[in-house]
Design a protein around this ligand. Sequence first.
Ligand SMILES: [Mn+2]
Length: 424
Amino acid sequence: MKIEQDQISTINKTSWQQHNEAFDHLASTIKHIDVEDIISTLAEFQIAIPSWALGAGGTRFGRFRFGGEPATLAQKLNDIGVLHSLTGSAGAVSLHIPWDIPEDYKAIKEIASSHNIEFDAVNSNTFQDQPDAQHSYKFGSLSHIHRDIRNQAIAHNKEVIDIGTKLGSKSLTIWLADGSSFPGQHNFQKAFSHTRESIVDIYNYMPEDWKLFIEYKPYEPNFYSTVIQDWGTSLLLANACGERAFTLVDLGHHLPNTNIEQIVATLMLHGKLGGFHFNDSKYGDDDLTVGAIKPYALFLIFNELVYGMKHNTNNPTPSWMIDASHNIKDPLEDLLQSLDAAMIAYAKAMLIDQKKLSEAQQSNDVSRCQEILKDAYLTDVRPIVQQARLNVSAALHPLEAYRSLNVRKQLIKERGLKTAATGL
Ligand SMILES: [Mn+2]
């Protein structure tokens, strides 16, 4: 299934006039910043889609299938192609190894390039045992008390780098499930030291133009301690590796009420925010649609990202990815909603009058500071986001277009009702 350009422009025509009126009105009210700058920044904004997000997710209690799920990597790329055609902002894939090892590299690269999809960070997996594995990760991988098990996990990460190199990826993301579920199970210092040694080994193996992203998470699958539990631990490990190692912030990987925007600011000031995973949550690592629960927090986070991307030239542009699951929704619809929510939050953050905010901060005018943020947040920026999509020949309303093109019905017809995405 591939969406053609003329299909999108035909659908766009039905709401084109309405959009133009809304856009012209909004643009006429914005004086302090060039709207065209916001539009071109949004049009360039590309968020990687992880290869595991295209099938129905599940919980430890079960999983409900969704018809027409992609069963192969080629089909996953085609699904991302659908998202990218509709939004113009999903031009990258983040592969999970070993779930998505290409059988034919040339063919996979050709499919990706036919959809204008690039290969973003590759992800290793030492959180589950593979059928042919010699050692089990039941009690850890890169942190394991035994060297032979650490070596197996290190070798896996090196293999992931080799696979990524063949595809044109330039970064590796490590999320480590290692930890302990009961007090006394781990010697914390040994677990950390082993992890540091393992990750430095992997870092030194990377090609010179690669980056390493170290993701943290406070709990789960282990429930007493996690080796890389927070951004400080991740940063210590990144610093132990060198200048091409960075911390990766995943929105869902924080305990309730954590001030994530402040973490973003601190990391960017030090040039150490390398990767960013979008999702939303109510209770824990819920992997909900971006912006579904705490859109204001997302806006505040984007405010720091925008500030950091402008002022911290020592920090690379973060590698963006959606890391969500969707147990009861059509995965593609969920991803369209997530992409839209990220764009909206980004647009709102760019609308903040930074000059006035800085003046208000200088004079400790607390109420004014708050009002300046609120002014931007309460602006309905959807016409700006739509204009950015229009400029790259994407759909004004991606979700509506997806439905009117009957994409899911078509996928079910092509692939059947009972396919299951690998790794899920
Ligand atoms: Mn993540």
